[in-house]
Design a protein around this ligand. Structure first.
Ligand code: ADP
Ligand code: MG
Length: 322
């Protein structure tokens, strides 16, 4: 378990993290999202002890990171694998030797049968068994990140920290990497912390997420809680600008926060109330396999109250306007 309480950090006069509190459960896929410069990478580096901090506490399984001796810190860092946007592979080493590198640093011999087997198993897990001897320049971006993932896992960590791991990849390749991270969590039971500025990433794999803005944690919750009914800060972050709709009738916005089958309510309503309506905007998206989002209806002025009443009776979250 990662427990962060009232964490603050400055670089000189620059406050980079301000009173951050959050906890990450074992085996969870946890997101940290925010704009560039919000403090996400610094927060991640405080978790793995690469940065120190002035105030508050970062505890990994009850151990305060700041008060560890160098030896204890190295032991802790072995429990945490890390992957980055730019993969950080060594260009002169082939896939096998890149994955083996942390073993060499830890004084383990990668040619020893059980170590070699672990390396080969991980390379198979990430789907690169046919590339053992390939050098990084012969690999695509997605393949390079797969090598980096295998390398991050080679010392059998309990936590995998991902800093913008898919930011340099195109959307289709990103999908593959996200599925792989989910598979790793499911099969190995490790905790995955995902730092990103991409809502897509958080939506698809994170069970909970923190939104950081200007060094502060503004909101924490399930991705659907943050993004289906976004508050002003998150709307600004997502860059959602609502284009104007015609100035006739009444606009009613429905939120589907549990499952999209709720949206069947609209056709039932049309039948039961016998009111005409049009759908002006739909914003339905996939959250870890559940389709959630919002939908804007336009109804005649005179029908507005009945429609609002009907939907509230069906426990649909509604809001007038768009
Ligand atoms: P993010 O990962 O959200 O883009 P960072 O954690 O990298 O944000 O940076 C947060 C702020 O801290 C930025 O203003 C950045 O310029 C500053 N910063 C990061 N690392 C250092 C450092 N080593 N020295 C001074 N300032 C830094
Ligand atoms: Mg960063």
């Amino acid at each position: 378990m990662i427990e962060i309480t009232h964490l603050s950090k400055s670089f000189g006069d620059l406050r980079v993290l301000e009173d951050i509190s959050l906890h990450i459960n074992d085996g969870e896929i946890y997101g940290i999202i925010g704009q560039s410069g919000a403090g996400k990478s610094t927060l991640l580096r405080c978790i793995n002890g690469l940065e120190s901090y002035q105030e508050g506490s970062v505890k990994i399984d009850g151990q305060e990171v700041r008060s560890l001796s160098t030896k204890e810190l190295h032991a802790l860092q072995k429990q945490m694998g890390m992957i980055f946007q730019n993969f950080n592979l060594l260009s002169r080493l082939n896939v096998f030797d890149n994955v083996a590198l942390p073993m060499r640093f830890a004084g383990l011999n990668p040619r020893k049968p059980e170590n070699k087997q672990r390396i080969l198993d991980l390379i198979e897990l990430v789907g690169l068994s046919d590339k053992l001897k390939a050098k990084p320049r012969e690999l695509s971006g997605g393949q390079k990140q797969r090598v980096a993932i295998a390398r991050a896992l080679v010392l059998n960590p309990r936590i995998l920290l991902c800093d913008e791991a898919t930011s340099a990849l195109d959307p289709r390749i990103t999908q593959g990497i996200l599925s792989l991270l989910t598979k790793i969590r499911d099969e190995m039971g490790i905790t995955v912390v995902v730092v990103t500025h991409q809502m897509e990433v958080v939506k698809q794999i994170c069970e909970r997420v923190s939104f950081l803005k200007d060094s502060r944690l503004i909101q924490e919750g399930r991705p659907e809680e943050l993004f289906v009914m976004p508050n002003e800060d998150i709307r600004a972050f997502l860059g959602k600008i609502d284009e104007a709709l015609p100035d006739t009738g009444r606009y009613i916005k429905l939120f589907f926060t549990e499952n999209a089958f709720e949206s069947e309510v609209i056709s039932t309503m049309a039948r039961e109330l016998n009111v005409p309506f049009s759908i002006c905007r739909a914003n339905l998206e996939d959250f870890r396999g559940k389709i959630l989002g919002s939908l804007v209806l336009n109804v005649r002025q005179a029908d507005g109250d009945r429609v609002l009443q009907y939907l509230s009776d069906k426990n649909i979250i509604v809001e007038e306007g768009y």
